[in-house]
Design a protein around this ligand. Structure first.
Ligand code: NDP
Ligand code: MG
Length: 383
C-alpha cells in the first residue's frame, strides 16, 4: 500500500487522479490532500477517501464549513504544507496545483526525496535549474503526468540512451483557434478560448492551449525533464490528440505513444511506477483512426522562438516566461487585454530581462515577482 499526497485534489487532474485511485484502492491510500478554496469538493473527497491531512491555501476567516469539523488534521500554513508533504509515511506526492503556486510544494517534495509525479509544468519551467539538480542530489524520481511527457517517458523505456535520439516530436492539439489568423484572434472571447476541442482541463491550461503557450511550456518542460536539446525537439499540431509524442532513434525506428485523450492514462502510468495499473478506458478503434500532423499555425512562431531561447539559456528565463504568461492570461480572463495581446505581454516582458543563474527558491520568487510587475506595466501600456 503506497501513501499518496495529492496537491490540487479539487482540480481537473486531481479528479482524474482520484478516478485512478478509486480503481486501485488495494494499492493506494490517500494520506493527504491540498487545494485552494474549493471546500465543497474537498469535503466530498474527505468523506470518500478519509485522508489524515487536509491542507487549504486560501485565507479563510469564517470556519463554518463542515470540512473544518472533519476528523483529520486541517492545515493551512506553508510550514504545515511542508510537514504534510515531508511526513515519513508519504511515499508519493502528486503535484497538480495550477500555475506557479505549485512550485513551493514541488520543491518540498523533491527536497525530502519523495517520488514526485508532476502535472504542474509551471514549476519545472520556472525552476527547472533548481528542481532537476535537487532531484539528482536527493536521488529521487520526477515522473511526468503531462500526457506528452509521460508519452516520452514511456518511449524512453525502449532505450534511454540520449545519444541514440535523433528527434523528439511533441504533439499539440492546436486548441480551438488553430485555423484563425492573428488578425482574427484579436476578436475571440474568453468563452471561445475555454472550449477545448479534445481535452477537458482547468481554465489556465485551456487558455494556454488556445494560445499554444502550453506547447511552449511543454517544450521547456521536456528540455529540462529529459535533458534533450531544443534543436532535437519538434512540435506538430495533431488535432486528434491520439499520438501524445514520439521519439525517432538514430537507427530509423520511431516509437510513439497512443491513447484516447484521457488524463487517467498518463496518471495511471505514472502512479504505476514499476508496474502497470488496470483502469477503465476506451480502446482505440484503429479501423476509424485518422491521424494528421500539421505545422504550427502562422503567426505563432515568435512565441516558440522565445521558448527555445529559454531552453538554450535556462537560468531565470523560464521563471520570467512563465510569470509573464500567467499575468497575461489572467489579464485576458479579466478582459483587460485581447487574446493576441497575451503574446505581446509575454514577448515584451521577456525582452526586458537578461539571463541570470538561479541558485535558490528565494531568487526564483524574486524573479517571478519582478516579471509580474513588468508584465503589468506592459499591460498598462497596451491599454
Ligand atoms: P485546475 O484549475 O482544474 O485545478 C487546480 C488545482 O490547484 C485545484 O485543486 C486548486 O484548488 C488548486 N490550487 C490552486 N492554487 C492553489 C494554491 N495556491 N495552493 C494549493 N492548491 C491550489 O487545474 P488543472 O487540474 O487543469 O491543472 C493542474 C496542473 O496540471 C497545471 O499545472 C496544468 O498545466 C497541468 N496539466 C493539466 C492537464 C489537464 O488535463 N487538466 C493536462 C496536463 C497538465 P481549488 O479548486 O480550491 O481552487
Ligand atoms: Mg500536455
Amino acid at each position: 500500500m503506497k501513501n499518496i499526497v495529492l496537491l490540487g485534489a479539487t482540480g481537473s487532474i486531481g479528479q482524474s487522479t482520484l478516478n485512478v485511485l478509486r480503481q486501485n484502492s488495494d494499492s493506494f491510500n490517500l494520506l493527504g490532500i491540498a487545494f485552494n478554496n474549493n471546500f465543497d469538493i474537498a469535503l466530498d473527497i474527505a468523506n470518500e477517501f478519509k485522508p489524515d491531512f487536509i491542507f487549504y491555501s486560501a485565507n479563510v476567516t469564517n470556519k463554518d464549513h463542515p470540512l473544518f469539523s472533519f476528523d483529520a488534521e486541517i492545515l493551512s500554513r506553508s510550514a504545515n504544507l511542508r510537514e504534510m508533504i515531508q511526513h515519513p509515511k508519504v511515499d508519493v506526492v502528486i503535484s497538480a496545483v495550477s500555475g506557479f503556486a505549485g512550485l513551493e510544494a514541488s520543491y518540498f517534495a523533491i527536497d525530502a526525496g519523495k517520488i514526485i509525479l508532476v502535472a504542474n509544468k509551471e514549476s519545472i519551467v520556472s525552476a527547472g535549474d533548481l528542481l532537476i539538480p535537487l532531484a539528482d542530489k536527493k536521488n529521487t524520481t520526477i515522473v511526468p503526468i503531462d500526457s506528452e511527457h509521460n508519452a516520452i517517458h514511456q518511449c524512453l523505456l525502449v532505450d534511454n540512451d540520449l545519444t541514440k535520439i535523433l528527434k523528439l516530436l511533441i504533439t499539440a492539439s492546436g486548441g480551438p483557434f488553430k485555423e484563425l489568423s492573428m488578425e482574427e484572434l484579436k476578436h475571440v472571447s474568453i468563452q471561445d478560448a475555454l472550449k477545448h476541442p479534445t481535452w477537458v482541463m482547468g481554465p489556465k491550461i485551456t487558455i494556454d492551449s488556445a494560445t499554444l503557450v502550453n506547447k511552449c511550456l511543454e517544450l521547456i518542460e521536456a528540455n529540462y525533464l529529459f535533458d534533450i536539446p531544443e534543436s532535437k525537439i519538434d512540435i506538430a499540431v495533431h488535432p486528434q490528440s491520439i499520438v501524445h509524442s514520439m521519439i525517432t532513434f538514430i537507427d530509423g525506428s520511431t516509437i510513439a505513444h497512443l491513447s484516447n485523450p484521457k488524463m487517467e492514462v498518463p496518471i495511471a502510468n505514472a502512479l504505476g511506477l514499476e508496474g502497470r495499473l488496470p483502469i477503465q478506458f476506451d480502446e482505440l478503434d484503429f479501423s476509424s483512426l485518422e491521424l494528421t500532423f500539421e505545422p504550427i499555425p502562422e503567426g505563432r512562431e515568435s512565441i516558440f522562438q522565445i521558448a527555445r531561447e529559454v531552453c538554450r539559456n535556462r537560468g531565470n528565463l523560464g521563471t520570467i516566461f512563465n510569470a509573464a504568461n500567467e499575468i497575461a492570461v489572467q489579464a485576458f480572463i479579466d478582459q483587460r487585454i485581447n487574446f493576441v495581446d497575451i503574446y505581446e505581454v509575454v514577448i515584451r516582458t521577456f525582452s526586458h530581462f537578461s539571463c541570470s543563474n538561479i541558485e535558490s527558491l528565494e531568487e526564483i520568487f524574486e524573479y517571478d515577482k519582478q516579471a509580474r510587475i513588468q508584465a503589468e506595466k506592459v499591460i498598462k501600456s497596451i491599454n
